[in-house]
Design a protein around this ligand. Structure first.
Ligand code: G
Ligand code: G
Ligand code: MN
Ligand code: NA
Length: 250
């Protein structure tokens, strides 16, 4: 298939790049760190969305070298930022099924010099359905090393509250669909409020995703949500713009 060959080529020839979306503290609207999001500029087709090529990478097995490349690049670049800024990296279920994930992550931390507490790994509920004993073992290895773990897209897919009990999450990221509906739909507002309360009582940080308006941010601040991400607070940025953002006085 054309795209698979192209993706293999992309990995080998520097067509991939990591962009960084700001993650902010809701209260002070201060940048706490960034989420790494991979970008592909195809020589003929131009920019291709990860929503298109990540599934292809998963099917073809290319997600293993691609995921390692993203992790290594993000850790290398983040190691040069001020040491209070965290870096969040998405891991796909296929990476979790790969036997060497834990060792690979620890090796990358070691080689890039990024302190483990500055790394946050984002996983989706899809990871948790698979092979729970081994998944738990992998997550515990991260935890023991000081790496933080967040549950991405919370509330979609096969959410189960028992996951919050069984796995050692440091953070829940509320899926953006709830944030977008919050103002118009009282049920969505109730769900957001309940997840914030749940996080507070379980001592798990709560992040709202997809914040696009000042009104949404105000509602979240009112509920004392911990952190937020979204186009209102910052779009994914190329590395050089992260440097500029971090250099701005505030
Ligand atoms: O950045 P954007 O909104 O276009 O991303 C679309 C999807 O691709 C999101 O679900 C996002 O989590 C996923 N994605 C982006 N970068 C990575 C990555 O490096 N690894 C994995 N597994 N998923 C990613
Ligand atoms: O699945 P995940 O949450 O990792 O997806 C992250 C993706 O969400 C990124 O690709 C980013 O481009 C996208 N994203 C982040 N903030 C917003 C937002 O405020 N609005 C929209 N439409 N997409 C967003
Ligand atoms: Mn994510
Ligand atoms: Na998400």
């Amino acid at each position: 298939r054309l795209l698979e060959r192209d993706l293999r080529q992309a990995l080998a020839t520097n067509q991939l790049e990591v962009h960084y979306q700001p993650l902010v503290d809701c209260d002070q609207v201060k940048v706490l760190g960034f989420e790494a999001l991979v970008r592909w500029t195809h020589p003929e087709r131009g920019s291709i969305s990860p929503a298109e090529f990540i599934p292809l990478a998963e099917e073809s097995g290319l997600i293993i070298p691609l995921g390692a490349w993203v992790l290594r690049t993000a850790c290398t670049e983040a190691a040069a930022w001020p040491d209070d800024k965290i870096i969040a990296v998405n891991l796909s279920p296929a990476q979790f099924r790969h036997a060497d994930l834990a060792r690979e992550v620890l090796t990358i931390l070691d080689e890039t010099g990024l302190p483990p507490h500055r790394l946050e790994l984002e996983i989706t509920e899809g990871v948790l359905i698979d092979d729970t004993d081994r998944t738990l073992e992998t997550l515990n290895t991260f935890k023991e090393a000081g790496v933080r773990i967040s549950l991405d897209d919370f509330g979609t897919g096969y959410s189960s509250l028992s996951y919050l009990q069984r796995f050692p999450f440091d953070k829940i990221k509320i899926d953006r669909s709830f944030i977008w509906e919050m103002e118009k739909n009282p049920d969505s507002m109730s769900i957001v409020r309940a997840v914030i309360a749940l996080g507070r009582s379980l001592r798990i940080t709560v992040t709202a995703e997809g914040v696009e308006t000042q009104e949404q941010l105000a509602l979240l601040q009112n509920e004392q949500c911990d952190q937020a991400q979204g186009f209102l607070l910052g779009r994914p940025l190329p590395l050089r713009d992260v440097g500029k953002l971090l250099a701005e006085p505030r």
